[in-house]
Design a protein around this ligand. Structure first.
Ligand code: MSP
Length: 645
């Protein structure tokens, strides 16, 4: 499938009743990542976000803060703008619904619909939920309470204006049926079709000013303001020039991808398409509803005090790492869980250990042995085929992953290429090739690993623009600010020989988990997890699975007891090219001094775990029989860091 001819992506516009949280940050980062990928594909792209500034929520927040609603908007919008700057969001436009460019379009549409009889006045009786700003019928209520938020509702009778939504029900069902990509993922499409199995009522689109003054005045009745959703949804077209700038509007509308959270599915897949239809406009290609970020297993809420502040995360760990975590961790369409602990574990494993380490090791050797100039491209060899294939297949896959909205899978593919890079580097052991007669071979290994990093950094660029930009500069790649074209990442050998590299400071410095009170235990590789008794496992693994494990020799440099843990020893080990810390449950079998100097066998690519507050970067192997435990060692003299296969 070819790349689209243009890409217009939108986020919901966010209420300005409070400061932004991780949910707002997520949708906006997702839109930014999609926009950046499309730019790298050379597709003309427009990315819109903004703020929803009218309605009860904002009016109430203003009252609570003792300020005018406009002041409430002006004070809060800067928090969103500041966050987007911090998170490197490259939106092309930011719309505020209090801007006249928006208000005029809303009023124009209202007048037109009113003139054409699509909007009519009637008495309305119903149950009204103030926080949700919605009327409900008797049968909607759940135990006399609001079905959305569970709070008390009020009985109201009032004269209002209604939009004839009901007459479009059959058309909408047909449109959804015949356009499988219109609502994604599929289970959300089914949810909307399910909703549409009930008769659709008309939509009350006005609020008497006596009850709510903060909104866009109806052009045909100055006693009323517009229902906030009817106003807000129109931002997607008012921002791109509807009714004012036909050329711009034709260029961008219909939107390619309208991102929303699952909480606002009905407004976007029922109200919005019908509004567009009544106005006579084409439908967006896709409305995509992502899941929610939970905190651990809980819903995020102010009352639980677990609201994650994205500004703090970006300040503490860097915007790129935060962006990476959010993109890698959530499978689009499903809920995902955020904890700072899971964040740090993934950061240390993927970014600090795998990606950052590889980059710094390669570049250090290019400086040490090639004076900071990229060595020439070597002829392909069978031994570097898996490396080339891992990098190129991640690059080839990226477009498909984008179309299918499987960004987490795309991230995992790129990370697999990084791991292959580490495996290749370890296997090739360039530190053993420093003699003059091995120069060509040494250059080849460094080139190949750097070339893998060129592709990887390009693929990760939309997610981590700042850090990947630095890495690309360090690799001697000169490119325009927009970043690498994706097609250039699908060919091996793009690094020019002799290119001047730049020294690279740690891209992703390790986060010392001991320093963080939040990190009590690592999210993965939990210590103390139950194991199957020896010999009882029936599961068989294939060679590839086994090959993913990096077993290496290491020499124990120091060993000491872990305070308060009678079974544990903390070891400092030498892996040839680096030193690490391990925690091992061997204290009942070895005294610390018995271990120093021993050559042991360790799993070198195990995700770091925190055991009793001490980080363990790998695991040693030991044989256990009953109460006896003996360490695995090697038969004869082998240097530290030797591969075990
Ligand atoms: N103003 C309306 C949207 C109008 S669009 C025409 C609104 N605003 S909101 O401030 O409440 O933001 C809602 C959006 O924020 C969700 O649709 C979703 O994109 C994001 N999130 C809010 N909480 C979230 C999570 N816990 N997890 C993920 N995203 C969620 O609704």
């Amino acid at each position: 499938m070819d790349a689209p001819s243009r890409f217009y992506v939108t986020t919901p516009i966010y209420y300005v009743n409070d400061k932004p949280h991780i949910g707002h940050a997520y949708t906006t980062i997702l839109a930014d990542v999609l926009a950046r990928y499309h730019r790298l594909l050379g597709v003309p792209t427009w990315f819109l976000t903004g703020t929803d500034e009218h309605g009860q929520k904002v009016q109430r927040a203003a009252e609570e803060n003792g300020i005018s609603p406009q002041e409430q908007c002006d004070r809060t919008v800067v928090r969103f703008l500041g966050l987007w700057e911090k998170l490197d969001i490259t939106c092309d436009d930011f719309i505020r619904t209090t801007e006249s460019r928006h208000i005029e379009v809303v009023q124009g549409i209202l007048q037109d619909l009113y003139d054409r009889g699509e909007i009519y006045a009637d008495d309305y009786q119903g149950w009204y939920c103030v926080p949700c700003e919605r009327f409900f019928t008797e049968k909607d209520l759940v135990g006399d309470k609001c079905p959305e938020c569970g709070r008390a509702v009020e009985r109201l009778v009032e004269r209002n204006y209604f939009f004839r939504m009901s007459r479009y029900q059959d058309w909408l069902v047909e449109h959804i049926r015949t356009h499988p990509d219109f609502i994604r993922p599929e289970h959300r499409r089914q949810e909307t079709l399910g909703f549409l199995r009930q008769p659709l009522g008309d939509l009350c689109i006005s609020r008497p000013k006596a009850r709510l003054a903060w909104g866009i005045e109806l052009p045909f009745d100055s006693d009323y303001v517009t229902y906030v959703w009817f106003d807000a949804l129109i931002n997607y077209i008012s921002a791109v020039g509807y009714g004012k700038d036909p050329e711009t509007f034709r260029r961008w509308w219909p939107a390619s991808m309208q991102l929303i959270g699952k909480d606002i599915l009905t407004t976007h897949t029922v109200y919005w398409p019908i509004m567009l239809r009544a106005v006579g406009l084409p439908m967006p290609d896709t409305v995509f509803a992502h899941g929610w970020w939970l905190v651990g297993k809980d819903k995020m809420s102010k009352s639980l005090g677990n609201v994650v502040n994205p500004m703090e995360m970006a300040e503490r760990y860097g915007a790129d790492a935060f962006r990476y975590f959010l993109m890698a961790e959530m499978t689009l369409g499903q809920d995902a869980s955020f904890t700072e602990q899971a964040f740090v574990t993934r950061y240390n494993a993927d970014l600090a250990n795998d990606l950052g380490n590889l980059a710094s090791r390669v570049l250090k050797m290019v400086f040490r042995h090639f004076d900071g100039k990229m060595p020439p491209k070597p002829p392909p060899k069978e031994s570097d085929a898996p490396l080339r294939e891992a990098a190129l297949s991640a690059a080839r896959e990226m477009e498909k992953v984008l179309r299918q909205m499987q960004l987490d899978r795309g991230m995992a593919r790129v990370m697999a290429a990084v791991r292959e890079g580490n495996r290749y580097f370890e296997k090739s052991a360039p530190w053993k090739l420093t003699a003059p007669e091995n120069r060509a071979q040494l250059g080849g290994v460094l080139y190949n690993t750097a070339e893998c990093l060129r592709i990887v950094s390009g693929l990760f660029y939309p997610v981590m623009p700042e850090r990947m930009g630095l890495l690309r500069q360090a690799l001697g790649i000169a490119e325009e600010p927009v970043g690498p074209r994706l097609e250039l990442l699908q060919e091996w050998g793009g690094l020019g020989p002799g290119g001047a590299c730049r020294p690279l400071k740690a891209l992703f410095p390790r986060i010392d988990v001991r320093a963080k009170s939040v990190i009590a235990t690592a999210a993965s590789g939990k210590p103390g997890a139950k194991r199957e008794p020896a010999g009882e496992s029936k599961e068989q693994i294939d060679l590839e699975t086994f090959g993913r494990m990096q077993l290496r020799t290491a020499v124990v440099l120091e060993a000491e007891r872990v305070e308060g843990a009678k079974k544990l020893l903390k070891l400092r080990i030498d892996l040839g090219d680096e030193q690490r810390q391990l925690v091992a449950g061997v204290a009942e079998h070895y005294r610390p001094e018995e271990l120093t100097g021993k050559t042991i066998v360790v799993v070198a690519n195990l995700k770091p775990a925190v055991i009793r507050g001490v980080e363990s970067q790998g695991m040693l192997l030991a044989a256990k029989a009953g109460k006896a435990l003996r360490l695995l060692t090697v038969d004869g003299e082998v240097p530290p860091g030797a591969d075990i296969s």
